[in-house]
Design a protein around this ligand. Structure first.
Ligand code: KG4
Ligand code: ZN
Length: 363
């Protein structure tokens, strides 16, 4: 009897075409045997954002090669796999259909079980692959498509404690960059400009700051920034740097405040856990100022920050393969009728929130 399982994971829900082979030991340890990611930056650059139809077509063109590369790098054949996992949502529906249909075809041809993975569950469970952490823990997911605070109780057991009522945080970075004439993706460009700027020159509103609960809102901030920018246009390089610095400092303060509420709630619900963990994931987790702010907030409250390496924080196939392996271990399999879902909240009981951004539904 084999002591570990091998799972192929496919991710195509946004603008990365990704595939990975991961192994998982019966006692829960994992190993990434390959992790191939093809970003579509060039395809979308001219449009200043992700164009869903272009993304879907690019996935169709690249996926076969990406899957083969992941299998070759791992040195395994389809017959060696124990399951095929793919993102079945939430995300841009054209891309999700490409990945899920490919996974179904591979599973059918190789006679392997299919696992239809919720993309958010992939993000939520990654820290168990990288750091072997145990349940329960908190997850802060901040990317171009999602901004959520989740309680992770177990595989398939999530409670959404906070979410954005409008734009995702990465989307706010991207829109700020676009407004100020910085390149896409906006996050890294805004961070570079902010490092040169004076965060105190502009006073921006801090949406939701101090309100009860752990929800976020970022669209008013973007409007306030636009009004400040229009008032002093044309903008010099210094103006752009100062606006970016003000934006970054403001969102860091807001995230600290919202997270603070979730940490208090976690303490109250799990007083027996001496040093609880917060996992941060998503592309915005790359932001150093935000990370430093989070670190300060967490250590002041006796929490541990776990941040998987960036390549596993942003969209990738390994997180889908790993979530597939965790579900497989519990017998949570899907059949070939599994639907592709543009919206798919992890917490099925959570009230739907308003808003759907340029990167698709935020679940
Ligand atoms: O997780 P991700 O690669 O893709 C999804 O959206 O699922 O996240 C991409 C987002 C983009 O909005 C990008 O601008 C943002 O993460 N991002 C950053 C930084 N690097 C990437 N935002 C702020 N600071 C960064 N250094
Ligand atoms: Zn993601």
């Amino acid at each position: 009897m084999s002591a570990s399982v091998l799972v192929l994971g496919i991710e195509t829900s946004c603008d990365e075409t990704a595939a990975s082979v991961v192994s998982r030991e019966t006692e829960g340890r994992g190993e990434i045997l390959s992790n191939v990611i093809l970003s579509q930056f060039d395809e979308h650059a001219a449009y200043g954002g992700v164009v869903p139809e272009i993304a879907a077509r690019a996935h169709v063109e690249a996926l076969d090669r990406v899957v083969q590369a992941a299998m070759d790098e791992a040195g395994v054949g389809f017959a060696d796999l124990d399951a095929v996992a793919a993102t079945a949502g939430p995300g841009l529906i054209g891309g999700v259909i490409v990945g899920l249909t490919t996974a179904k075809a591979l599973a059918l041809a190789a006679g392997k079980p299919l696992v239809a993975v919720n993309h958010l569950e992939g993000h939520a469970l990654t820290a168990r692959l990288t750091d072997g952490i145990s349940f329960p823990y908190l997850l802060l997911l901040v990317s171009g498509g999602h901004t959520q605070i989740l309680l992770v109780r177990g595989v398939g057991q999530y409670e959404r404690w906070g979410t954005t009522i409008d734009d995702a945080l990465g989307e706010a970075f991207d829109k700020t960059a676009k407004l100020l004439g910085l390149p896409h993706p906006g996050g890294p460009a805004v961070e570079r400009a902010a490092a040169r700027g004076n965060p105190n020159r502009f006073a921006l509103p801090k949406p939701m700051f101090g309100r009860p609960g752990a929800d976020f809102s970022f669209s008013g901030l973007k409007t306030a920034l636009r009004i400040e920018a229009e008032a002093i246009a044309p903008l010099s390089e210094d103006d752009v740097d100062d606006l970016c610095a003000a934006f970054q400092r403001t969102v860091t303060l807001v995230v600290r405040n919202r997270i603070g509420h979730a940490l208090d709630r976690f303490r109250a619900e799990f007083p027996e856990i001496a040093e609880p963990t917060l996992v941060v994931a998503g592309g915005v987790a790359a932001n150093k100022a935000l990370r430093a702010g989070l670190d300060a907030e967490l250590s002041a409250r006796g929490f541990r920050l776990v941040a998987p390496p960036l390549v596993l924080c942003t969209d990738n196939g390994a997180m889908i393969a790993w979530a597939g392996a965790e579900r497989l271990a519990l017998g949570l399999l899907d059949d070939l009728a599994a639907p592709a879902r543009p919206r798919w909240p992890l917490d099925q009981l959570a009230a739907p929130m308003l808003g759907s951004g340029h990167k698709g539904a935020k679940a």
